[in-house]
Write a protein that binds this ligand. Structure first.
Ligand code: GFB
Length: 304
């Protein structure tokens, strides 16, 4: 029975991985208050003491397009420190396998679509999230370097945009899906004539339910062991305008949708080529409409 440490317990991804591993003996978790992963000494002492065998490094400072551009220093520093401390301490303490997660924003702003893993570092990044992206690319390179120099079995999975239970619904710092669910819900309750969303509605995005991601990460921990990064997604995308219509229907709002073009659109499109993961035998199970409806029910139960 392997001792498994999930770094990032309270986050969207961390809580989903813990849900997916529920019942697994030897599951090790710590809240940010219990263990600050930006603190090198505390992180090393934790690994020396607990000596986990498998590590899901899904702890990170994350946020939507506005948070990324509003807090560049924090997004770069906190993610760099978490990665450097955890990957190094894991190797020093004899961890057998570590899985690191990044995000599709690591790829060039104008990468060919769908985006293949080899498109990494082939062009300029999207300016709104370059700080976070550079930190995540450093994490990928650290995994690859520790594998090359020490034979450390570190793998890197790159998920697309995520959504689901346990998400951040703050309208300033969240991603688009929770923001839209909250905006349409509050407009319906208030009887507001329209909902204003950011940008132009024309960018395209791909969305993966976080429980599908957690399932894919457990699958990769068990079956993938290579230096190359691997994309995790559905391979399908839609415009933000189409997403607004789906969320409006799920919430049952009848008003209009207006666009605030003074807010950034970000990357025009970032749909993942998921053929590498499909070839290993993994596929998502949660459809987008079904996932949106389930997440809206979760929001209604937890919004207080
Ligand atoms: O989800 P989101 O913030 O992140 O925005 P990105 C996706 C698209 O939705 C953008 C539009 O074109 C936004 O302009 N949008 C419309 C909104 N209304 C809203 C709203 O109320 N809130 C938000 N947040 N967006 C992030 C990266 O980029 O993707 C992160 O910055 C990470 O680092 C994440 O990679 C997965 O997809 O544009």
């Amino acid at each position: 029975m392997a001792k498994i440490y999930v770094a990032g317990l309270t986050g969207l991804v961390g809580s989903a991985v813990v849900r997916r591993l529920v019942g697994a003996e030897g599951l090790l978790v710590r809240t940010m208050e219990e263990l600050d992963l930006t603190d090198q000494r505390a992180t090393r002492e934790f690994f020396e003491r607990e000596r986990p065998e498998e590590v899901y490094l899904v702890a990170a400072r994350v946020g939507g397009i506005q948070a990324n551009r509003a807090y560049p220093a924090e997004f770069l520093y906190q993610n760099l420190m978490i990665e450097a401390n955890v990957i190094d301490a894991a190797w020093r303490s004899g961890v057998k396998k570590l899985l690191f997660t990044g995000s599709s924003c690591i790829y060039p702003k104008l990468a060919p679509q769908p985006i293949r893993e080899e498109h990494l570092l082939t062009g300029p990044l999207e300016p709104t999230n370059e700080w976070y992206a550079v930190a995540k690319i450093a994490g990928i390179k650290m995994c690859q370097a520790y594998r090359r120099q020490y034979g450390f079995r570190a793998i890197s999975a790159m998920p697309t945009n995520l959504y689901g239970p346990g998400d951040n619904f703050d309208l300033e710092t969240s991603h688009v899906m929770p923001a839209l669910l909250r905006k349409f819900h509050e407009a319906k309750r208030a009887g507001a004539p329209r909902v204003t969303v950011w940008g132009t509605g024309t960018p395209r995005r791909e969305f993966l339910h976080v429980d599908d991601l957690a399932d894919a990460l457990v699958f990769l921990m068990e079956r993938y062991d290579a230096e190359e990064i691997i994309n995790v997604g559905t391979g399908e995308d839609l415009t933000i305008g189409e997403l607004c219509a789906m969320v409006r229907d799920a919430v049952g709002y009848a008003g209009e949708i207006a666009y605030d073009a003074s807010m950034p659109d970000g990357t025009p499109r970032k749909v993942m080529d998921v053929s590498r993961l499909r070839a290993l035998g993994w596929a998502p199970r949660v459809g987008l409409r079904e996932g949106i409806e389930a997440t809206y029910r979760w929001y209604l139960e937890h919004r207080a």
